[in-house]
Design a protein around this ligand. Sequence first.
Ligand code: WTA
Length: 655
Amino acid sequence: MKKTKLKLVTKGLKKGIKKGKKDVYWPTEELKKNAWINKKSIYKKAEKDPLKFWESLAAEGIIWDKKWKKTYSEKYPYFQWFIEGKLNVSYNCIDRHLQDKKNKAAIIWEPDSPEEKNRVLTYHDLYYEVNKLANVLKNLGVKKGDVVGIYLPMIPEGQISMLACSRIGAVHNVVFSAFSAESLKYRLKETGAKILITADGYYRKGKVINLKAKADEAVKKTKVKKVIVINRAGIKIDWNKKRDFWWHELKEKADSYCQPQAMDSEDTLFILYTSGTTGKPKGIIHTTGGYLTQAHWTAKWDFNLHDDDILWSTSDIGWITGHTYCCYGPLSNGATILIYEGMLNYPQPDRWCKIIEKYGITVFYTSPTAIRMFAKNGDYVKKINFASLRILGSVGEPINKEAWEWFFQNVGKKRSPLIDTWWQTETGGTMINSLPGIGPFIPTLAGRSFPGIRLAILDDNGKVLPANKEGNLVQLSPFAPGMLRGIYKNHKKYLETYWNKFGKRIYFTSDGAWKDCQGNFRIIGRLDDIIKIAGHRISTAELEDAITKHHFVAECAVIPLPHEIKGNVPIALVVLKKVKPSLKLIEEIIKQAEKFIGPIARPDQVFFVEDLPKTRSGKIMRRILKNILTNQPVEDISTLANPESVENIKKILRK
Ligand code: WTA
């Protein structure tokens, strides 16, 4: 990967990228000059002593009430960072900026309808709102360590709620607003939350959605005694006088200053549920000091955040990207973020471009699924002025070459580096990506591990693999500060999922990958039963569980199939009890997925089959099903208890 002579690809516009050999791009001198990090030596320095490296970042980037006594400790399978250090996250994201950024926009909110007025909250506005809500929570009896459920659409109150929790040391559990009442109920029950923050409704593609109705359903038979309701949509909703409170009414009565609670570095900041390999989602625990340090520095360096930047990360706050890059990372840097309530292609396919133009977005962070959607009949981008863009980002699933090239050429105009960031709900912040001032930017390769993070590729026996060999992506000790600190109330699952495959001191990511000679990683995808549907993380087991809850379903297997836009879609093969297959049943099965998980988990196709291929011990052979569905040769079926099922399924699919 030798650099060729400097060749600028663009003329006139601010230059960012120069092209090297083949598809390898490098930052120009100008980009390097503007970058926080532009010397490769940072990798060596961090690798030499990761503890010292992170320690200096924590000291420089975060304001501590009390300095830590010990930087890191590890006691298999747990580890801690900045031990006995004290800090408050909301102070770090708001109060610290009041002196010089009081009037700077912290959050710009763009509503679903382009006709409706937007909202802009300055850092002072954010301070006011967060203090008020923190006092409201306190007045309602929330104490340090209590869990608060947050079930909100993309409105600034999402960030306000998270920050208010962090101000008083409450633990937030945000639940994606498109998740079903059942999904919310499961999380509320597990965490024992006594209070929920929600909204009356929100807008999606011009239609109003009654969120409160789902919340009402969810809180039944949970410990939730109080529900704070934000008036977003002004719609008629059911009201429980003893339990429900309007936020705007509570706000009136609350004091406008709330002393930030000094939290221990290892106190829990939030729990975020994500799909695992079983039918039940798991509550990933993130703590305070380490998480904030990684969120802060990855946001700053990955996106090269400067004072005049506006970062738009298109994720919902219900996902980890929404936590780290729609809230904690950029706000701790005093940046401006844009959040958008609606769909990227509503009311017209070019809505996302219109938003970039309207606000002069400088950093645009989205998913490969969104990019593929933009690119489909994407001629409209020719009319758009993308001059404000400096950096493009991608996250959530492997990006294919066509999507990379399209985005880089048509949106980034070959001058904005495309930063492909690999990470997980568990890692809290990005782990692999090229840094804008260093590069290289190579289509489909995510880049190097972030400085101070040790990653490796192992074979199934735990042996380190040489360059270009595909294997298991793992993380080695010392584990990054933003990493999870456990699974809520499930030590066994934590141990089994991350620490059992390769033994102690090796975190297994469950992703397959390889790296080139320069240490740039190519992520292949999940090695377990997790599917990425349009970048959203869903487990096949969870979906199978939902479908088999239907009273006519005897058994079910869910298989991911590649999809042109969404990356993958789930296909359900269903064995019915003694009833006749019908179109109505297909509809009902699809509704099951919506009811128990949410619309994102809807199967793309449902097939009724007589039997599923199983081993003699009763395990469904999903690999065989995948081969049948993708027209691949089916391997040896002699070990199956019911080999005839394979031919039967083929026949049904042919029909
Ligand atoms: C996948 C999302 C390829 C990966 C932040 C990982 C990616 C899972 C990338 C975590 C990327 C994330 N390239 N694959 N840049 N980023 N993934 O928890 O399989 O929703 O394990 O976190 O997404 O998904 P999660």
